[in-house]
Design a protein around this ligand. Sequence first.
Ligand code: IVH
Length: 689
Amino acid sequence: MDLFSQIEVTERAEVLKLRQELEEANRLYYVANAPTMTDREFDEKMRRLQDLEQAHPEWYDASSPTQHVGSDLTVKGEGLAVSGKGFEQVKHRYPMLSLGNTYSRDEIEDWLKKLPADAEIVAELKYDGLSISLWYENGYLTKALTRGDGQKGDNVIDNIRTIPSIPQHIDGLPTRLEMRGEVLLPWENFERLNREREEEEEPLFANPRNAASGTLKLQDKNEVARRGLTCYLYYMLGENLPGETHYERLEQARKWGFPISDAIKVCRSIEEVMDYIGYWDTARKALPVATDGIVLKVNNLHEQEELGYTAKNPRWAIAYKFPAEKQLTTLKSISYQVGRTGVVTPVANLEPIQLSGTIVQRATLHNEDFIRQLDIREGDRVWVEKGGEIIPKIVGRADRNEGMMECCNDGMMNDGMMYRFPEVCPECGARLVRVEGEAAWRCLNENGCKPQQIGKVIHFVSRKAMNIDGLGDETLTLLYDQGLVRNIADLYDLKKDDIARQERLGDKSADNILKAIEASKQVSWERVLFALGIRMVGETTAKKIARRFRSIDELQWATKEQLVGIDDVGPQIADNVVAYFLDEKNLEILMRLRAAGVTMEAQGEEPEALSDKLQGKTIVISGVFSQHSRDEYKAMIEAHGGKNSGSISKKTSFVLAGENMGPEKRKKAEEIGIPILSEEEFLEMVNGQ
Ligand code: IVH
């Protein structure tokens, strides 16, 4: 292969990888509300992908993330905890686009210079929440749509009605009017919500945007109202609307009673725009809501129309994003923190520094590879950033040249010395291992390492597990230190006085805790299985395993093969389950739990065996089904004596395929010659005579 085509192959691979990464980041951002990539990283990757796609038009793909906006649509089964129903999906009258954005003031200048010389620009704050489209018909608020995938959105009207500043009815509005804007959770409410969640031991929201997004998708409008969302509107759409300019329309909207920001400003020169940016870069820190940049819009609506749109963005508007706040400080030392799952994280102890409103003195150094790649050493000047995440992080190191003269001895000593991660656990002294393919070092001494032991108990008592209220991290640490609770079984031996004599507790709390411990004995088998804290066995997996193996005795003898046959149980989870029962300490704990009266078997009837038509058959399910859900098909297969399996092999008897069966699976099945059955054929097979 010549050099040129080698570059092409690498670039092609990069395009595919970027598309995949951005798609996943979009999903985590919009649907799961748990972002893993910073906005900046996302934007940089997106830009790289755009450049590569532009250089290779032959690689065009309509489904590339460069061609569509991320989707927040609620997928069936997600976020539907309370009513079990999803939101109505409604097609947008006008597609909901996003804005082209940049972190560079030079690029803002370039954009401004390309506009007609006398063009007026409206500068606005870029609110960091989620976009909403409000429909007013004959003056009444009738729909409130999220952006969704840009073409259709979720109608979250009931939740939007909880926002006091959004008018429900206005006299004299045009017959059909659409107002677009941003829904936000003010800082104060966000912090209160996270404090409550901390007390309840629920996962914290990383930032107000995620909290607002999670809130807007709740099915319980009382809870939405309690959390206190707010809203700013920044765009009017419809036919025969008043005004010739964007600014006039916003002012009209303000008169009608819509919540419009006070920070909008008409600018008539580049200098005015730059002054606006400079001013708000600092002033925004005092605002009650989160902002992440500035939006510039061409004021004149005819000029807007002439400039038009690309597939994703209007050409008449652009966003400038403020860089995440970063500071340089000295790395005093590196310490190591052992997490509840045994992962050892290097932590930077810093010369304290003011960052985004708080004093930062500790920040994560991520993992061994990060420290090595940046060649970070104690005494270095390092960059600390507090982005959208809760925990500050080290993002870089300053040049070591300055100041080298004064500390040349240190420099000499350090030179050429490779950074070494500790070999043993700083908590228990056990040898650490680094699992292949993982960046983290782990302590495997689950039952003899303090943070892990306490972690297991904390998980066990948590609400979704055994729901033993009143035992927080601090109390459990005290009980651990006094040797009273070293593992989950010890909880059932606690005496009233053991609890009552602890700090901040008394007779009454002790009674309540003992009551909760007693009540936990009635918790169902599937939740007990989750509570045991077997690695990677989360709530859903525990449920699925508990349905297949209906008691601890059955599960104890389960083979890896059998476990892998369960939906969503991969070889790694199966290994963890098998390993759990091979550890004598675990068996002893289980014996004590059983003796204490904790539920160790399913209570209901066994699912009825319907026939043995699928006896000896191993079946793989793939795709989307219309007559029954995937889980129902899995249950049906088992009820007829068959076995579910996740991957196609020579042992597969047939594939039950719905719509959009994965192309890889189809190819593999065809290659090995495995029959592919449709839903109808399958139902005929099990239900027919
Ligand atoms: S105008 C067609 N103005 O930023 C233009 N957007 O990626 C529509 N945003 O989706 C957007 N503040 O959610 C506009 N003052 C503002 C904004 C704003 C925040 C959000 C909005 C949009 C995203 C741009």
